[in-house]
Design a protein around this ligand. Sequence first.
Ligand SMILES: Nc1ncnc2c1ncn2[C@@H]1O[C@H](COP(=O)(O)OP(=O)(O)OP(=O)(O)O)[C@@H](O)[C@H]1O
Ligand SMILES: [Mg+2]
Length: 242
Amino acid sequence: MIIDQANKLRVLAEQIRREKRGNGSGRKRKGVERASFKGAMLTRTIAITSGKGGVGKSNLTVNLAICLARLGKKVLVLDADLGLANIDVMMGLSPKDKTLQYVVNGRKRIQDIVLEGPEGVQVIANGSGIQELANLSDVERRRIIGEVSNLEGKYDFLLVDTGAGISKNVMSFILATEEIVIVTTPEPTAVMDAYGIIKVVSQQNRDVRVKLVVNMVKNKTEAQEVINKIISVSQRFLGIVV
Ligand SMILES: Nc1ncnc2c1ncn2[C@@H]1O[C@H](COP(=O)(O)OP(=O)(O)OP(=O)(O)O)[C@@H](O)[C@H]1O
Ligand SMILES: [Mg+2]
């Protein structure tokens, strides 16, 4: 488990860089059949998610991507906050017709919409305020995941910034990755919702590797307290170690 704060992203990136790849345990999946990113040999696929909105997922994704790029890694960011995306804005990009919407409606292939952001980070942007993307069918979601999978081998990291909550859109992207970073703040509602995500994920896929980031904390002690609380509740009620 990695415990960190948004202003210590460099440390997080360094830890991720050093951490040995597991023995593939993250890819053994139980539960419902679903689409997965391939987890190509050299590509780590990581979803950045949260129960509560506005806790800093997208900022974490962007900063982590930039830190990893500065370490010489090839990074692809998928903005999977379908319908309400904003990674492009944060990265100073103007995607115009290069968004997932054009892939969903069959007008473009995924490779034609990849944008280049700061430090060479590659980005698959999304539209904002687009209901069509907010209400994708299972088939459409699977197609997006399949198309992105075809790009995976070119990258060291695929970072997937999801929306908040446990909607089908969010869950399908979370469950398609090998690793999940759950972002929370010390706010009790955010902590409860982080636990909610752990609960839902554990019901679907107990082998996935979950990491927690406590954002917007006063100090490390406060972050540690939040982490301890989540671990304790997860062990007690779900029988798992986060
Ligand atoms: N460590 C931090 N300190 C101060 N402000 C922060 C920090 N992290 C994020 N923010 C601010 O919090 C707000 C929400 O951040 P962000 O958009 O990254 O969250 P999100 O979880 O992606 O939100 P959403 O659920 O809407 O996608 C932004 O205004 C951002 O600048
Ligand atoms: Mg966001």
